[in-house]
Design a protein around this ligand. Structure first.
Ligand SMILES: Cc1cc2nc3c(=O)[nH]c(=O)nc-3n(C[C@H](O)[C@H](O)[C@H](O)COP(=O)(O)OP(=O)(O)OC[C@H]3O[C@@H](n4cnc5c(N)ncnc54)[C@H](O)[C@@H]3O)c2cc1C
Length: 335
């Protein structure tokens, strides 16, 4: 008899809670063992019910967006995985005077659920002639996870999702409460936000965006970014984007990285590790901060490559690299 399974089935629906769901199917890496319990939240009500049920009954849980920034253990996850498929975007407010074709509007507020794809949000806002999030076109993942990592493109141009955030609703798994917070609450930084520490979950968000009369220009800029990404990053191979965060410029100077670079990809390349393979995993020879699943890789293979890179970076440059990806599940007794 499994008490937690009974609770989940009773609250979330007998046929909607799966057992031993293969998580490799739900990650961009195509890696990972099974989830003990698995539930797909298709609406905001589903999402809140699943979060409340798990937290009230102390059932360990984790939220999945698109699985584009996670490495799941080969042993899987011994609790409930909630996959957030609750999508929705709408324009909720404008500031300025509405003219015939919207001229005079200075800013607009766009509401979105956390499960909305960032790519969808970019398309919606560009089509509305609103600027600020066009760099998210073709970036994989959901808005909620994007806020957690403060998704970005050109950091030097301050292209961060957090810059346009106005407010958000958060679920706190520690007490089951929902609260509304503004942008300052997140203390956004590069690849960072406060909810990485608190474990709070984004339910929905409102972005404040500037109006741009020529939406053709927004599309042009977004498409240029997409083209650039496709030339610089591996395309069409299972991976989880960049594995490590870039380093800051003070560390680059202090540790005298090659050409004082802050780019971890460049550093891994300088370590001579491009193309290195362990098991079915390989460090990309196009962009060395990407690890690819080229032949049914295990999480263990990826972990060993990560360890190799970290040890070599430490021994060569005295550098402590930090992962950008999030680990899910039990990695004890692994690399
Ligand atoms: C090919 C490729 C290219 C990429 N390019 C970029 C890029 O250009 N710029 C960039 O910034 N990133 C990039 N990434 C990384 C990825 O797009 C982002 O990290 C994105 O935020 C992941 O979203 P997700 O929904 O897939 O998150 P997941 O992988 O599902 O989850 C990541 C973490 O967020 C947590 N989480 C999920 N939903 C929520 C929520 N609602 N509230 C709180 N926490 C939540 C999860 O529990 C987990 O800890 C790339 C990834 C890939 C695979």
């Amino acid at each position: 008899m499994d008490k937690n399974l009974d609770i989940l089935k009773e609250d979330l629906g007998e046929l909607r809670v799966y057992e031993n769901e293969n998580l490799a199917k739900h990650t961009y890496f195509k890696i990972g063992g099974p989830a003990k319990y698995f539930f797909e939240a298709k609406t905001q009500e589903d999402l809140q019910l699943a979060l409340t049920t798990a937290s009230n009954n102390k059932i360990p849980f984790i939220l999945f967006g698109s699985g584009a920034n996670v490495l799941v253990s080969d042993k899987g996850f011994a609790g409930l995985v909630i996959k957030n498929r609750s999508e929705g975007i709408k324009l909720v407010g404008v500031k300025g005077t509405i003219g015939k074709i919207g001229r005079g509007i200075k800013h607009a507020l766009v509401w979105t659920t956390a499960g909305t794809l960032m790519n969808q949000l970019a398309r919606f806002t560009i089509n509305q002639g609103l600027s600020g999030l066009e760099f998210l076109l073709s970036v994989p993942g959901t808005v909620g996870a994007g806020i957690k990592i403060n998704s970005h493109y050109e950091v030097e141009k301050e292209e961060f999702i957090g810059n346009c955030l106005s407010t958000a609703a958060l679920f706190d798994p520690k007490n089951g409460q929902i609260k509304n917070v503004d942008r300052n609450y997140f203390e956004f930084g590069y690849d960072n936000s406060k909810i990485q520490e608190t474990g709070e979950i984004v339910l929905e968000a409102v972005f404040k965006l500037d109006s741009q009369e020529d939406k053709g220009k927004l599309w042009q800029k977004a498409m240029e970014d997409v083209k650039r990404r496709n030339t610089e990053q591996p395309v069409g191979i299972a991976c989880s984007g960049c594995i490590f965060r870039n380093i800051n410029s003070q560390d680059a100077v202090r540790l005298a990285t090659p050409n004082l670079t802050t780019s971890t990809g460049y550093i891994i390349e300088a370590l001579g590790l491009k193309g290195q393979k362990i098991g079915g995993a390989q460090i990309s020879d196009k962009h060395a901060n990407y690890i690819l699943n080229i032949a049914n890789a295990k999480a263990q293979d990826v972990r060993e490559l990560i360890k190799l890179i970290k040890v070599k970076a430490k021994n060569t440059f005295g550098l402590d690299l930090t992962e950008e990806i999030f680990y899910i599940g039990d990695f004890k007794n692994e690399a």
